[in-house]
Design a protein around this ligand. Structure first.
Ligand SMILES: Nc1ncnc2c1ncn2[C@@H]1O[C@H](COP(=O)(O)OP(=O)(O)OP(=O)(O)O)[C@@H](O)[C@H]1O
Ligand SMILES: [Mg+2]
Length: 274
């Protein structure tokens, strides 16, 4: 028996609906501590809504119809705002596409990071400033002092996403949800940010949920993959198995679409038998 049989996150029969129709039809998966789960599927398949339900930030008009989301054994569904204190942004954190929209354009990056630390970790001014520089360095920004003095518009998309990742891991979360966090970046920068997530996972013992419409992206990082389509999970399993022996036609089509981008390199010696 493994030493920690209880998953860090356990989603069961999660149904999300608006007043007149269901959007997510009973999804379920487990993520164990230190593992990385990939959620993949085309646009509109319900990936983001599923993540938002986990984070307790569903868009207005979308509600949890039934289901359970347990984090470290505790139910998250049905919590009131104040019951999220100490949880969202602290133990469970997230990064999304379009990092610029999460930063104030008129405040220097270092000050924004320091302010987060003052609020979440209750650090004093000086300690927050010092910790900010350490965090910026830890996400691979080579001149943290220079970066901290810049305004968001002065940084590239990849650098901004590193800053957002620094903010999201600043309180040492156990679970980090990255929803299309690399999608807007060009291919080289995307690979660098994925490398960073892998490093953080290893160095901080982070548990990761990585969402992408791109199977090659999740294959690079994830142990397990969930394939969603039209609000349902069509296939799930360990990444190498799912990639080398996809059972579902839709998964096969995702793999086929990616052959040209070299998904084979994630498969080791085993050829895709689609
Ligand atoms: N606020 C909302 N009100 C009504 N329907 C919504 C709302 N948000 C999302 N939906 C619908 O729910 C479905 C799933 O959306 P979701 O954003 O989870 O997809 P996704 O898999 O993240 O897609 P993408 O790859 O484009 O990010 C879509 O059909 C979408 O139109
Ligand atoms: Mg989405």
């Amino acid at each position: 028996m493994s030493p920690d049989p209880t998953p860090l996150l356990s989603v069961r029969d999660l149904r999300l609906a608006t007043a007149d129709h269901e959007l997510v039809h009973g999804v379920g998966f487990d993520v164990h501590r230190g593992q990385a789960l990939g959620i993949v599927g085309e646009s509109g398949s319900g990936k983001s809504l599923t993540c938002r339900a986990i984070l307790g930030i569903l868009p207005r008009g979308v509600e949890v119809a039934t289901g359970s989301v347990r984090f470290d054994g505790a139910e998250l569904i049905g919590r009131r705002d104040r019951d999220w204190r100490g949880l969202r942004g602290i133990r469970i954190s997230a990064v999304f596409q379009d990092p610029a929209s999460y930063l104030n354009p008129s405040i220097r990056v270092g000050a924004q990071l320091a302010e987060t630390l003052r609020v979440t970790l209750r650090l004093g001014r000086r300690a927050a400033r010092e910790r900010s520089l350490e965090l910026l360095a830890s996400v691979g920004l080579h001149d943290p002092l220079a970066v901290s003095r810049q305004y968001p518009f002065e940084l590239s998309g990849g650098m901004l996403q590193r800053v957002l990742i620094a903010i999201s891991v600043s309180a040492s979360p156990e679970l980090l949800i990255a929803d299309e966090a690399t999608t807007a970046l060009d291919v080289t920068v995307q690979a660098e940010v994925l490398d960073l997530l892998e490093d953080l996972r290893r160095d901080l013992g982070l548990t990761l949920i990585l969402v992408s419409h791109d199977l090659a992206v999740v294959s690079q990082v994830c142990d397990d993959v969930v394939v969603m389509r039209d609000g349902s999970i069509v296939e799930a399993g360990p990444a190498p198995e799912l990639l080398s022996r996809p059972r579902h036609e839709y998964t096969r089509s995702l793999i086929e679409n990616h052959r040209e981008y070299g998904i084979e390199k994630f498969l080791g010696t085993e050829a895709i038998d689609a």
